[in-house]
Design a protein around this ligand. Structure first.
Ligand code: NDP
Ligand code: MG
Length: 393
């Protein structure tokens, strides 16, 4: 039995994690839940999983949740907490063995960091944590001797391919990308895309922020940096391979030229299970993989058009520069994506914002060894403020 604290329980990854727990009640116990403001769904989750404690960062929502529990389910003993720091409490409760990080964005860094400090194993979907904080998270993982289990599907694939291999035998990582909804489009065509177009991902159903990141290819840029931290390789040893069928979830090339790939349906259930059952294998929850299915009849591979999707080369640049630059890029992107989703800026303004903010910080970089949590929090805050000031006209 593994005790799990789940950060971001009401989101796409959070609900799929609870589906895994629902199907395997003898293997997992949910001891903590946390979200931002989704009262209805958290109420249902608390009734079903009866965690010891649950948190909402939004105070007013937490009040509503408490009232509902008192009137509609007074038998439930779950303690409800609230506030900006509440995910940290959920991430560090004594009962939890593993923390599944499925909050969206930079907000996941601090709770993840505190959980590692307390010796928790981390199953990590929240890639922004490693992009902004990989330089402090990875050494802490090593120091505390905890497991950092990748949930992002590409990283889960790479990780599985590496099982039993020697680190020095790894030559390159080939990270696959669906290409998103705008693959093949020109820059002119991108100028006019709407929020609805951008949210229409061809192969994956995910939360809003990552879906927009997939449409700009920033998601792949974030994933390249995430992989460089997880597997200890420079970004220049990672290639992006656009593979629109999303059947191969990533590949590794070994010293002798062998290429290993992990394949399967585009579903996050499997990566979640691989992480939560590690080092064992869990039961099969998905339909069997069928190599004769339509998606498999024509597996294709192409390069990303980096003249159109310019956030990908920018992410490589930030990954090469290291230090604070990935955190700056991530913060600017979070602000720009949020504004695009609210209809405040256009699609290509996301790229403009991120480029401009990164330019502002260029020359202010610090060495990897000088990175610490306070500095990253400060840089994130400042980059967000700068991103809000970018003049887009
Ligand atoms: P969603 O937007 O679907 O869910 C986000 C969750 O985090 C919700 O529970 C939300 O609560 C909570 N949340 C959001 N902001 C905050 C905050 N500031 N403080 C506390 N809680 C917060 O996201 P996804 O599930 O799609 O993605 C989660 C993470 O996993 C992201 O980092 C993403 O990049 C990564 N990921 C996702 C994949 C996917 O298939 N969805 C695949 C690979 C990685 P509420 O509902 O109340 O707003
Ligand atoms: Mg991914």
């Amino acid at each position: 039995m593994r005790n799990i604290s789940l950060l971001g329980s009401t989101g796409s990854i959070g609900t799929q994690t609870l589906e895994v727990a629902r199907q395997n009640p003898d293997d997992f116990c949910i001891v903590g839940l946390s979200c931002r403001s989704n009262v209805d769904l958290l109420f249902e989750q608390i009734k079903e999983f009866k965690p010891r404690i649950a948190a909402m960062t939004d105070e007013a929502s937490a009040m509503m949740l408490k009232e509902r529990l008192e009137t509609e389910a007074p038998e439930i003993m779950t303690e409800i907490i609230s506030g900006e720091d509440s995910p940290e409490v959920i991430a560090t409760i004594d009962e939890a063995d593993t923390v599944l990080g499925a909050m969206v964005g930079f907000a996941g860094l601090k709770p993840t960091y505190e959980a590692i400090k307390k010796g928790k194993d981390i199953a990590l979907a929240n890639k922004e944590t490693l992009v902004a904080g990989g330089d402090i998270v990875m050494p802490l993982v090593k120091e505390k001797g905890v497991e950092l289990l990748p949930v992002d599907s590409e990283h889960c694939a790479i990780w599985q391919c590496l099982w039993g291999e020697k680190k020095e035998d790894l030559d390159r990582i080939l990270i696959t990308a669906s290409g998103g909804p705008f693959r093949g489009k020109s820059r002119e065509e991108l100028e006019n895309v709407t929020v609805e177009n951008a949210l229409n991902h061809p192969t994956w159903k995910m939360g809003g922020k990552i879906t927009i990141d997939s449409s700009t290819m920033m998601n792949k840029g974030l994933e390249v940096i995430e992989a460089s931290h997880l597997f200890g390789v420079d970004v220049d040893r990672i290639d992006v391979v656009v593979h629109p069928q999303s059947v191969i979830h990533s590949m590794i090339r070994m010293r002798d030229g062998s290429v290993l790939a992990q394949m399967g349906k585009p579903s996050m259930i499997l990566p979640i299970m691989v992480a939560l059952y590690y080092p064992e294998r869990g039961p099969r929850l998905l339909e069997e993989f069928d190599p004769f299915c339509e998606a498999c009849s024509n597996l294709t591979f192409e390069k990303c058009d980096t003249d159109v999707f310019r956030l990908l080369p920018l992410a490589y640049e930030a990954g090469r520069k290291k230090g604070i630059m990935p955190a700056v890029m991530n913060a600017a992107n979070e602000i720009a994506v949020g504004r695009f989703l609210k209809g405040e800026i256009g699609f290509t303004d996301i790229e403009r914002t991120v480029y401009e903010v990164c330019d502002l910080f260029d020359g202010k970089n610090v060495k990897r060894e000088e990175m610490n949590l306070e500095l990253i929090l400060e840089v994130d805050k400042e980059a967000r403020a700068r991103a809000l000031e970018v003049n887009l006209k």
